[in-house]
Design a binder for this molecule. Structure first.
Ligand SMILES: Cc1ncc(C[n+]2csc(CCOP(=O)(O)OP(=O)(O)O)c2C)c(N)n1
Ligand code: SF4
Length: 298
């Protein structure tokens, strides 16, 4: 039953059993999204999954039809419809009595900005979809414009002197929908990440995962520094690793050290912050405020 269909060119649910992301794909070296996909494949193991990917870097990854770099069936959607398409596929799977789990895999532009309406609607309806946002903090596929996930001070092609204004708090937005499960994922904490991906695949209803996804091309960083950057973001408290159950019960998974050297190094390793000279005192205040807010909800 595990024979490849269509001579192995296109993957269907029946063809799993190899990496979710195959070798030879077009992602840049050091792309955090690649590691995220490998982890997702590991978490899914033999479980049949269907991916819905809007027009972000993640769909370029697939390559030209009929070949595919993905070891799972993929629907390429418009930005505005990813969560709605995912909801439809999940309904069809349920009606057919299939165990297939539907996963939307979208960048921050497709999530925080362009896909927000259908994302919010699917979350409100509690559709049976796992939505994963890989957040590289820019519109990568179109050459690196700012998104509402771009952090303050980061230079992009549309904010050459550094973005003014803070990053949107997407986890707070999703938690406010009171979805069964929402969590952040750290590539530098693979066991925690795998556990959350497995649990999120298992749960029913709408689940949201946020992955800070280093993008050497947009962050102007060394490809080999990606995991170290995430580690520094977690150690400094800039990226909090936590999960929210039912929109209200919060669990902090990694205690941030609030390390100042880690914070300094995080910014120093990325060319995108060079020009704006980020005010680290202000960043520290923001970190403490967010952590206090989170602790109040523990
Ligand atoms: C409705 C719509 N607006 C704009 C575009 C152009 N566009 C293609 S890719 C892209 C950037 C996507 O950024 P993101 O979702 O963060 O994913 P990334 O490319 O960084 O992986 C944009 C704006 C589009 N395809 N559709
Ligand atoms: S531009 Fe960034 S997100 Fe897109 S493939 Fe390259 S490293 Fe990955």
């Amino acid at each position: 039953m595990n024979e490849p269909l269509l001579e192995g060119m296109v993957q269907t649910d029946r063809d799993r059993g190899e990496n979710l992301l195959r070798a030879g794909n077009t992602n840049c070296g050091g792309c955090g999204m690649s590691v995220g996909l490998l982890m997702l494949g590991r978490a899914a193991a033999d479980r049949p999954i269907q991916l819905v990917i809007p027009a972000c870097c993640g769909i370029v990854t697939a390559g030209p039809f009929p070949a595919s770099a993905y070891g799972a069936p993929v629907v390429a959607s418009t930005f505005a419809s990813a969560a709605a398409v995912g909801a439809g596929l999940a309904h069809v799977a349920r009606l057919n009595g299939e165990p297939t789990r539907v996963v939307c895999w979208a960048g921050d532009g497709g999530t925080y900005d362009i896909g927000m309406a259908t994302l919010s609607a699917a979350a409100e309806r509690d559709d049976d979809v796992l939505y994963i946002c890989y957040d590289n903090e820019i519109y990568g596929n179109t050459g690196g414009q700012r998104s509402s996930a771009t952090p303050q001070g980061a230079a992009t092609t549309t904010t050459p002197h550094g973005k003014v204004g803070e990053k949107k708090d997407i986890l707070a937005i999703m938690a406010a929908h009171r979805v069964p499960y929402a969590a952040t994922l750290s590539l530098a904490h693979p066991e925690d990440m795998l556990r959350k991906m497995r649990e999120a695949l298992e749960l029913r209803g709408f689940r949201f995962l946020h992955l800070l996804s280093p993008c050497p091309t947009g962050w102007k960083s060394e490809p080999a520094d990606g995991l170290e950057l995430v580690r520094l973001a977690v150690r400094s408290g800039l990226y909090l690793v936590y999960e929210v159950f039912g929109g209200s019960h919060v669990r902090l998974n990694v205690e941030p050290e609030l390390s100042e050297p880690a914070l300094e190094r995080y910014f120093a390793l990325q060319g995108r912050f060079k020009r704006s000279k980020v005010d680290l005192r202000q960043v520290r205040e923001g970190i403490r405020a967010q952590l206090e807010e989170l602790r109040r909800r523990l």
